[in-house]
Design a protein around this ligand. Structure first.
Ligand code: 2PG
Ligand code: MG
Length: 424
């Protein structure tokens, strides 16, 4: 049984300088904290992030969410005995009473859920990933990182339609070697971009990747390929490429505006496949608009086993949308974001639903992040085999990678997922 003696929240700032919620819960083993992230390319179907409106912080304040934690949520869960995390999450969901957590705010509920998970794991004498492993019934695995080293779309001020250009160092035996390789490539990319486009080209976007003055997808992929070789690795051997198109952001009136073209879904599909034949791409996230389940399915069928197709905005970590994707065979993978659904239990439910249907899962950060490293433990504990948490740069990104290094160091028995995750 678990009993929380106090639950409280404060307004803090996220990595973009916007307000977000920090939550503290207390009980038997002490006081535990969590900080809530926030997206920019948010999906329509995400749980509601409660913002204050008005003048302060341009309307982005979260004082209403904070007072919902200090008031309604505290009232609902403090001083009562719960059998575990699921019951605490359910009590908050019931108190909210809406399908998208719009009464209390997903940002209010999630912080409590994450902090409560930390309290319970401490009470059990286990690390967070160990608790999440037993909670999900999954074996821990060190995930392959998908590192976003060129930022486009709404995460940067440049002209690239595609939001994220990632390196995937999957051809290693240990996570720490994969991360070293990624860091080396990141530094070589910096040198290469500076040489080619001048010093302004290495200004960085929201997720720590560079924002060079290029407008075509192929130019960004070319630059990364050069950096991989200059770092002494072989593209398609130790290191692969991946993109998050976040295509809802460049979809208007039935067409996709990308690379100087206006493309129908079938033309866009051919465009992606031609990129995949020229570059060692292993994964594409959100290649189409967030309602286009059928276009996703057609693309997935055309791509075959060559490419992992991930749904992010498409599913918003929501089990009813993932079920539709399973039925329509829309994707081979699901992106998992805590704040899209709003509790740890529901996040694990979505992960297990996808895995049960034979899909891959990728735990993900948001473009607006904090120094909270919860998702590192979530990825290891639920054995997803993949994590994306930005470039190997900026505190709010590297804190997650550094936590993964710590887990690997302390628990060398946990194996690295490696490239076989892409052939599942
Ligand atoms: C995404 C995310 C994280 P945002 O689209 O996958 O990289 O971006 O948090 O802005 O939705
Ligand atoms: Mg995405």
């Amino acid at each position: 049984m678990v009993k929380l003696t106090s639950v409280r929240a404060d307004q803090i700032l996220d990595s973009r300088g916007n307000p977000t919620v920090e939550t503290w819960v207390s009980g038997g083993p002490g006081e535990f904290r969590a900080q809530v992230p926030s997206g920019a390319s948010t999906g329509k179907h995400e749980a509601l992030e409660l913002r204050d409106g008005g003048m302060e912080f341009g309307g982005k304040g979260v004082l209403r969410a904070v007072s919902n934690v200090n008031g309604a949520i505290s009232e609902t869960i403090c001083g009562k005995e719960f059998s575990g995390l699921r019951e605490i999450d359910s009590a908050m969901i019931m108190r909210d009473g809406t399908p998208n957590k719009s009464a209390l705010g997903a940002n209010a509920i999630l912080g409590v859920s994450m902090a409560a998970a930390r309290l319970i794991s401490s009470e059990n004498g286990s690390e967070l990933f160990q608790f999440l492993s037993s909670f999900s019934g999954r074996d821990p695995v060190m995930p392959v990182p998908l590192l976003n080293i060129i930022n486009g779309g709404v995460h940067a001020g440049g002209e690239l339609a595609v939001q994220e250009f990632q390196i995937v160092p999957s051809g290693f035996v240990k996570f720490s070697d994969a991360l070293r390789c990624a860091s080396e490539i990141y530094q070589h990319l910096k040198t290469h971009l500076k040489k080619k486009f001048g010093p302004l080209a290495v200004n960085i976007g929201d997720e720590g990747g560079f924002a060079p003055p290029v407008s075509r997808t192929a130019e960004a992929l070319d630059a990364i390929t050069v950096a991989i070789s200059e770092a002494g690795y072989s593209p398609g051997k130790e290191v692969y490429l991946a993109i998050d198109a976040a295509a809802s952001e460049f979809y208007r009136n039935g067409k996709y505006r990308m690379d100087g073209m206006e493309l129908e879904p079938a033309e866009l599909s051919d465009h992606y496949l031609s990129l995949a034949s020229k570059y060692p791409l292993v994964s594409i996230e959100d290649p189409f608009d967030e309602e286009a389940f059928d276009d996703f399915a057609a693309f997935r069928a055309a791509a075959g086993k060559r490419l992992q197709v991930i749904g992010d905005d498409l599913y918003a970590t929501n089990t009813s949308r993932i079920r539709l994707g399973i039925e329509k065979k829309s994707t081979s993978a699901v992106l998992i974001k805590l704040n899209q659904i709003g509790t740890v239990s529901e996040t694990v439910d979505s992960t297990l639903l996808a895995i049960g249907a034979g899909m891959n899962t990728v735990v993900s950060h948001r473009s607006g992040e904090t120094a909270d490293d919860f998702i590192a433990d979530l990825a290891v504990g639920t054995g997803t085999g993949q994590i994306k948490t930005g470039a190997p740069a900026r505190g709010e990104r590297v804190v997650k990678y550094n936590r993964l290094l710590e887990i690997e160091r302390k628990h060398p028995e946990i194996g690295f997922a490696g490239h076989s995750v892409f052939s599942r």
